[in-house]
Design a protein around this ligand. Structure first.
Ligand code: NAD
Length: 459
């Protein structure tokens, strides 16, 4: 674990290393991306075991929602890096010809990446892929609430990378605060809104730009024109994967009244299909990360009427996949991000009611709409704002490297994945180049008598 002194020391060593210019070399970046890939492949089993120990997540799910996503991000960056780093020629207005203009992406410097516990590997390593691709040094602070995952990240990165290039600072709030006292060139934070504000305040003291990947209540609209079986399956998977502890999980359902009963029956069937009649015994069903979160979730179960599930066991922090209705919008379950396996259901009769409800609340990280009606899909997309939208699917948009992933408003600022990540960790430097061929004196003082010519030439 790094102490306060060693944090300052490591930042200073990284500064020295960055100044050597090594990280700017595209071949260096490509080599480091490939090294990271090799490390992840070597540690795949150890990663699966660590995530299982932290979240009771099955190896298959860790592969699908952690490891493979990072490997795909690496492959995508390796494939596109030369094109991304190449200066881009842009047009020049004729008034300043002869000249050429180019945008040169350059690395920012030292990046601080602070991660959460819910996808403890992916959410700290996917930003690292982007930071490497953009040519930066990085310090990572994984979440102390997923200690096994945090430690495996430390062990793996320490084995493969020099700390002056990539370092891991394990620890909790105190470590985070010590890191935040240092000056970085960019801070990439994934976590809750409350801590996001603390991070942004600390960053402001150094004028450090931030990317905030936050959470919120992601609504899921279900229209009556759907394939009920597929809709139920996709919602059940999106909601109860990782026991609902997913930042883009459908937080609550807004269901067309005419389809509600059919849908809920189908969801009940899916829960049994996925996790058996007793999900507590299922090897594929997760646990709540921490007693504090468990207690908070159990408290939310007091709201409304339980339709499906509802069982809890505090010994192993188990909460059954649960569906509730009869809730009021002022109940705690509809006020805070649930971040657990509780799915409230609200009915609507006209889509405008669902849209109005969404628009009366902070902008969510994700919004899902299930419908075969193209007009309705477009109306929802056009009339609401959210970090991302999934039409007839859940969670999957974040696995598409060509789609920027990030929030808007209360759900965050900035984005990453693929080119968006590269752009986040790069400064796009404008370079205008003029040859010595001619020099138009009209631009220079003395100005007397030049205004009519300037008016003709410049607009
Ligand atoms: P959190 O905000 O409690 O913690 C995130 C990180 O901040 C941890 O590394 C923690 O050590 C650190 N931290 C905590 N308190 C701090 C403080 N006072 N000062 C400085 N650092 C501090 O978040 P969490 O509980 O780990 O994760 C859950 C939240 O993250 C949810 O709100 C979820 O929606 C959000 N989330 C967002 C995304 C996304 O991609 N947008 C992904 C996953 C989780």
């Amino acid at each position: 674990m790094m102490t306060q002194v060693s944090i300052a020391e490591i930042v200073s060593k990284q500064r020295d290393f960055f100044k050597t210019g090594n990280t700017k070399d595209v071949h260096f970046r490509l080599q480091k991306l490939k090294t990271l890939k090799q490390a992840i492949i070597e540690y795949e089993q150890a990663i699966a075991q660590a995530v299982k120990a932290d979240l009771h997540k099955p190896a298959e799910e860790t592969f699908m929602t952690e490891t493979v996503l990072i490997l795909k991000e690496i492959d995508y960056a390796v494939k596109n890096l030369k094109a991304w780093t190449k200066p881009k020629k842009v047009p020049v207005p004729f008034q300043i010809l002869p000249a050429s203009a180019r945008i040169h992406p350059e690395p920012l410097g030292i990046i601080l990446i602070i991660g959460p516990w819910n996808y403890p590997i992916q959410l700290i390593l996917a930003p690292l892929v982007a930071a490497i691709a953009a040519g930066n040094c990085s310090i990572l602070k994984p979440s102390e609430l997923a200690p096994h995952s945090s430690h495996i990240i430390y062990e793996m990165l320490e084995k493969y990378f020099e700390p002056e290039y990539i370092a891991v600072a394990e620890g909790g709030v105190e470590t985070s605060q010590q890191l935040l006292a240092e000056k970085f060139d960019h801070i990439f934070f994934t976590g809750g809104t409350v801590v996001g504000k603390i991070v942004m305040e600390a960053a402001a003291k150094h004028l450090t730009p931030v990317t905030l990947e936050l959470g919120g209540k992601s609504p899921c609209i279900v229209d009556s024109h759907i394939n009920v079986e597929y809709t139920a399956r996709r919602i059940t998977w999106g909601k109860f994967t990782n026991a609902g502890q997913t930042c883009v999980a459908p937080d609550y359902l807004l269901v067309n009244k005419s389809i509600k009963e059919n849908l809920l029956n189908a969801i009940e069937k899916c829960i049994q299909e996925f996790y058996s009649h007793n999900p507590a015994k299922s090897p594929d069903y997760g646990r709540i990360i921490h007693q504090k979160h468990f207690d908070r979730l159990v408290n939310l179960l007091k709201d409304g009427r339980i339709l499906i599930g509802g069982d809890t066991n505090s010994v192993d922090r188990y909460i059954a996949p649960t569906v509730i209705d009869n809730i009021s919008l002022t109940d705690p379950v509809m006020q805070e991000e649930i971040f657990g396996p509780i799915l409230p259901v609200i009915e609507y009769t006209d889509i405008t009611e669902a849209i109005a409800l969404i628009n009366s609340r902070p902008k969510p990280l994700a919004l899902y709409v299930f419908s075969e009606n193209k007009n309705l899909q477009q109306q929802v997309c056009r009339e609401t704002s959210s970090g991302g939208v999934g039409i007839n699917n859940t969670l999957m948009h974040l696995s598409v490297s060509s789609l920027p992933f990030g929030g808007v408003g209360d759900s965050g600022m900035g984005s990453y994945h693929g080119k968006a990540g590269f752009d986040t960790f790069s400064h796009h430097k404008s370079v205008l180049h003029k040859p010595f061929l001619v020099d138009v004196k009209l631009l220079y003082p003395p100005y007397e008598g030049k205004l009519p010519w300037l008016k003709r030439l410049l607009p």
